[in-house]
Write a protein that binds this ligand. Structure first.
Ligand SMILES: [Zn+2]
Length: 406
């Protein structure tokens, strides 16, 4: 039977570390009260268990999968992450009472959210094992939220474990002081073969489709699964990969920019519209919309404030969803020019997009290595600009012009 770590693809070293830590954590729980306690501290990778962890790795490498698997192993009645016991099961299903998952849905995690979380994390675990707090995208903590977290990480309650996920340990992603209190588990980009294997085994996807999707998404497990199983995801990718062919004039470059932006907006809209409507309906019901009795006027003023706050959060989430969708498109586009570049210099590596190999081949001949490299750099510069808050349309238009001019 697959255990809690089964979906952590191609990460043997990290899984080893986490299994050892889970065993050490179980030993801590077994140690008799009042007797000598096994140590729970330190950032030394040789040590068994510690209170604060950072999972780093490129997008899609499985940072949050690793954090959840480790949380399951900590709550596992066997202390191993067997994948079958109630502790494992509820943790992996997201319903364990002592495992809190923070998934920021806006552009940043605020201080109020973090304070409330830290407070609850300090309580005694109801299941008698550990209080686990998983913070996905910990790089989106505001500075104030980071400080609130730092206090908890500096003086952790004895049974509380923080699991943070960030792209890297660069100071842009996580503060140096938090980093210094955590043990780091670096994840690597899984090889496409390992991703294809899990798509076949876990999701029942046909082997040839799994191999194609794993290569086309460069080892990003979640995207590979979506590409293999969702026709809309395929259509979006095809539209992006048609861009290089469409760039025949200045006008075409602006058209391509508009199309890319609008596709990202539509994709983002589709992901947030339902949950936005549900949240608004729930809040309106809770506020008793339409009341007319005594106090209704002041209640209405309070409601307006709450609705405004909800709208602000929803807008922030929509912006994030748009940026994420656009970034996925840019990653696909960058990989096309990377394919052209590797062909132009005769590098012995497999293409990312096997289905546009002919187009990449033609590009390599026309552009030479220098031209392919300039185009690849234009796409990467566009990603960097958007990350630095340049308006997406402006960044994408500049990129399209650079791709057209070469
Ligand atoms: Zn278990």
């Amino acid at each position: 039977m697959p255990d809690a770590f089964a979906d952590l693809v191609g990460q043997d070293e990290a899984v080893d570390t986490l299994r050892r830590a889970a065993a050490a954590a179980a030993a801590v729980l077994r140690a008799p009260q009042g007797g000598p306690q096994p140590a729970v501290n330190g950032t030394d990778p040789g040590a068994g268990m510690t209170h604060a962890w950072i999972f780093t790795g490129p997008p899609g490498s499985g940072r949050s999968v690793a954090a959840r698997a480790f949380a399951a192993a900590l709550q596992c009645v066997h202390g191993t992450g067997c994948g079958q016991c109630p502790g494992c099961h509820t943790t992996l299903a997201g319903t364990h009472a002592d495992v809190r998952l923070v998934v920021p849905d806006g552009l940043s995690i605020g201080v109020n959210e973090m304070r409330a979380l830290v407070l609850r994390a300090a309580s005694t675990p109801s299941g008698g094992r550990w209080q686990v707090v998983i913070i996905e995208d910990a790089d989106r903590l505001t500075e104030a939220a980071g400080n609130a977290l730092l206090k908890a990480v500096e003086e952790p309650p004895p049974r509380t474990v923080f699991l943070l996920c960030t792209p890297s340990t660069h100071p842009d992603d996580i503060s140096v002081t938090i980093r210094s209190r955590c043990r780091v588990v670096p994840l690597v980009q899984p090889v496409p073969e390992a991703v294809a294997e899990v798509l076949v085994r876990r999701d029942g996807i046909a082997p040839d489709v799994a191999r194609w999707a794993a290569a086309a998404t460069q080892g990003h497990v979640g995207r590979a699964r979506r590409l293999a199983s969702d026709p809309q995801a395929r259509a979006r990718r095809e539209a992006v990969l048609a861009v290089p062919r469409r760039l025949t004039s200045v006008g075409a470059a602006f058209d391509a920019a508009s199309a890319l932006i609008e596709a990202a907006e539509a994709e983002a809209e589709a992901t947030v519209v339902e949950v936005d409507a549900a949240e608004r309906a729930a809040l309106e019901t809770a506020l008793g919309a339409g009341g007319t009795g005594r106090g209704a006027a002041s209640a209405a003023r309070g409601s307006a404030g709450q609705l405004k706050e909800l709208e602000r959060r929803q807008k922030s989430r929509a912006t994030r969803a748009q940026r994420d969708a656009l970034d996925r498109a840019l990653v696909d586009l960058a990989a096309f020019y990377r394919d052209a570049l590797t062909i132009a210099i005769g590098a012995p590596v497999a293409p990312v997009h096997t289905d546009t190999a002919e187009l990449a081949d033609a590009g390599a001949r026309n552009w030479q290595p220098e031209g392919a490299l300039r185009r690849l750099e234009a796409v990467l510069a566009c990603r960097t600009a958007i990350e630095a808050n340049v308006k997406p349309r402006i960044a994408v238009e500049a990129m399209m012009l650079a791709l057209w001019k070469g």
